[in-house]
Design a protein around this ligand. Sequence first.
Ligand SMILES: NC(=O)c1ccc[n+]([C@@H]2O[C@H](COP(=O)([O-])OP(=O)(O)OC[C@H]3O[C@@H](n4cnc5c(N)ncnc54)[C@H](OP(=O)(O)O)[C@@H]3O)[C@@H](O)[C@H]2O)c1
Length: 329
Amino acid sequence: MTMKYIEHGAGGDADCMTLAEGPTPQAGPGQILIEVVCAGINRPDVLQRSGRYPPPPDASPVLGLEVAGRVAAVGAGVTEWTVGTGVTALTPGGGYAEYCVAAASHALPIPVGMDFATAAALPETWFTVWANLVDLGRLKRGERLLVHGGSSGIGLVAIQLAKHLGVECIVTVGNEEKAAFCRQAGAAHAINYRTADFADEVKTLTGGTGVDVILDMVGAPYLQRNLASLRRDGRLVYVAFLEGSKGEADLMPIMLKRLTVTGSTMRPRTPAEKTAIRDALAASIWPALARGELLPHLFARFPLAQVAEAHRLMESSRHIGKIVLEVGK
Ligand SMILES: NC(=O)c1ccc[n+]([C@@H]2O[C@H](COP(=O)([O-])OP(=O)(O)OC[C@H]3O[C@@H](n4cnc5c(N)ncnc54)[C@H](OP(=O)(O)O)[C@@H]3O)[C@@H](O)[C@H]2O)c1
């Protein structure tokens, strides 16, 4: 059996991606085969496509870290899903395709009343934000959070998680439209980093005390100001280094304020770690999604064949929230 998928060859700019035909993958033990209806696009896909983020050796070389669709087959030992069930899943790769394999224990049901496109936009950001803010960042009710890149797919989920946990959230964004959107999504304050210094603003907004946790995707240029913006016992959590990982900083605040500097990437985590995150999301977040209390923001949808346009939109950073590919019906 063959399927259509997006091939990106040796990598390059968005035009290196073409619609190709190849063998349909098969569900191995513990896996499910998903007939993909929609696939979410994430910034790591852009990095992988351009050759800067090679997939792990055992992962599909095809782009795509999250899908929503129907279970088409179950592998040996899988009891929790049956053929035909609607699921959304974190994948090790391979999402930009008509069929995609995922671990059965990395899939979640489509929240009641949610369409496939919206569901496809959930896994990568929710798995990542939960693992980094709740597990590593130890974020808890009553604390204050600063999120850089507030209007990104990751950032908007961080705002929602903060709202859900009872955490006050401050974000940084690159323009006023993004600032307004983040405030409406639940951020207490949105700082336009192009017109204000975020560290000065955080100091003013918190009465000089600072925030408990920072989620950063910018990197080295923000390190010193991030350390200054944390209160005692604060946690700085990295999910990316969009502006670079190398630089210089005075590390003294780490010792004086007992700060924790940490971070992680989702893809190389062990299957068991991803299952534990899936289970935590199923218990804490999926019921709230089903109740309509948390809602991902879909900025744009593109047919699979227009994947280059979708990537160009993401690279422009004009978007707010998620971009999704329509793969099947
Ligand atoms: N650690 C992990 O496991 C993990 C998993 C998924 C994603 N990520 C990372 O998390 C980040 C957000 O992912 P996403 O899919 O949510 O991305 P996204 O929606 O494309 O958002 C990225 C946003 O970051 C802001 N930004 C700040 N500095 C930037 C720069 N130098 N270049 C480009 N954008 C910049 C832009 O908004 P402004 O206009 O406000 O600047 C942009 O819209 C990415 O860096 C991604 O690689 C990490």
